[in-house]
Design a binder for this molecule. Structure first.
Ligand code: 8YV
Length: 337
């Protein structure tokens, strides 16, 4: 049944979503879908946001203060399809009384699975071995052929112990890694005990003690280039870095230089500073896995992300507080929206 009517909010979706979500959104709201799936230019974003009640962007849209300034007076909600909102100027939206929501929780397990896959694949040289095999370089088994390192017993350092960090810790604990973490706040004792996790108030202190470092914190002004040349120097030459969060947390040029110099042993990256392009110096390095931002790329996550977007829009229509409201840094929670 198509319930679209004049009273349905006008919803603009910037990218093509899974078909079942598009069908449901079109049933529920006066939804405008794109015919193609290319990221919109800044001008196209401004044109689109100027005449809708609800705007549904993704991580590929830069919703900066200029785009928000172009919003029409009827825009009430920016319902992001994704958990991270670093591409949205939430403070500028807030100032204009526009609510911003995201889709937390539903992509936690899938992103943690990809992180764990990297944690296993790097020391065991899995992707490197696949590449060598395809290149005709596998000449048969040998006692010294492609030796990697045992995962069990190694130390994992997690930067950012939120939902995804904890889900990674749980997996790592089950694989026999010892878990260390750095976070703005120490996790409750019960969580630390369940995960066997050791808190490091100082990131510098943790870096020299771990064999694998996993970045699971959001991109904020505070975490920009958190892993830089100075901090990379503190890591063990046998260690690996995994990043499934946001490229900006690592100074990618400094990482490439550290890898080339053998200061660390390898990296598994799913996200990049200048997405979609990895730093060119990383492309030729055999000890680097470069996946194309697929942390939450499962049919299940995408469907549940779409459902969350619709739930937030529905809540707005019914004058309820949106369940996944994102507030600008420093503001206190308010039900008024
Ligand atoms: C999403 C992500 O695919 O949710 C996030 O923050 O990084 C991704 O896993 C993307 O954001 C979709 O907009």
């Amino acid at each position: 049944m198509n319930t679209s009517s004049k009273s349905s909010p006008k919803v603009f979706v910037t990218r093509r979503l899974p078909q079942e979500i598009e069908v449901r959104m079109t049933d529920l709201f006066d939804t405008t879908l794109r015919t193609s799936d290319t990221p919109l230019s800044q001008d196209a974003l401004k044109a689109a946001i100027s005449h809708c009640d609800v705007f549904v962007p993704t991580v590929t849209d830069k919703i900066d203060a200029d785009v928000i300034a172009a919003a029409g007076p009827e825009l009430r909600l920016i319902a992001n399809f994704g958990a991270g909102t670093d591409h949205i100027d939430v403070a500028a939206a807030h100032e204009r009384g526009i609510t911003v929501t995201n889709t937390p929780g539903v992509l936690t397990e899938d992103t943690a699975d990809l992180t764990m896959a990297m944690i296993l694949a790097l020391p065991r040289r899995l992707v490197e071995g696949d590449r060598r095999n395809r290149a005709g370089k596998f000449k048969g088994w040998g006692p010294n052929h492609m030796l990697g390192h045992r995962v069990r017993g190694k130390a994992l350092g997690i930067v950012g112990m939120g939902r995804i960090g904890q889900a990674v810790a749980k997996r790592a604990h089950a694989f026999g890694l010892t878990v260390h973490y750095h976070n703005r706040r120490q996790a409750p004792k019960g969580i630390e005990q369940a995960l066997g996790a050791t808190y490091h108030a100082s990131l510098e202190d943790m870096l020299g003690q771990v064999d694998i470092l996993s970045i699971n914190c959001p991109a904020t002004p505070d975490t920009h280039h958190l892993i830089n040349a100075e901090r990379l120097k503190l890591m063990r030459p046998t260690s690996f870095i995994v990043n499934t969060s946001r490229g900006e947390v690592i100074d990618e040029a400094a990482l490439a230089a550290a890898l080339e110099a053998g200061m660390i042993s390898g990296a598994g990256l799913d996200v990049y500073e200048n997405e979609p392009m990895p730093h060119p110096a990383l492309l030729g390095l055999p000890n680097v896995i470069l996946s194309p931002h697929i942390g939450s790329a499962t049919h299940e996550s995408r469907r549940e992300m779409g459902e969350k977007v619709m739930i937030n829009i529905r809540a707005m229509i019914d004058h309820h507080a949106c369940p996944d409201r994102v507030l600008p840094p420093g503001s206190s929670f308010s039900l008024a929206s």
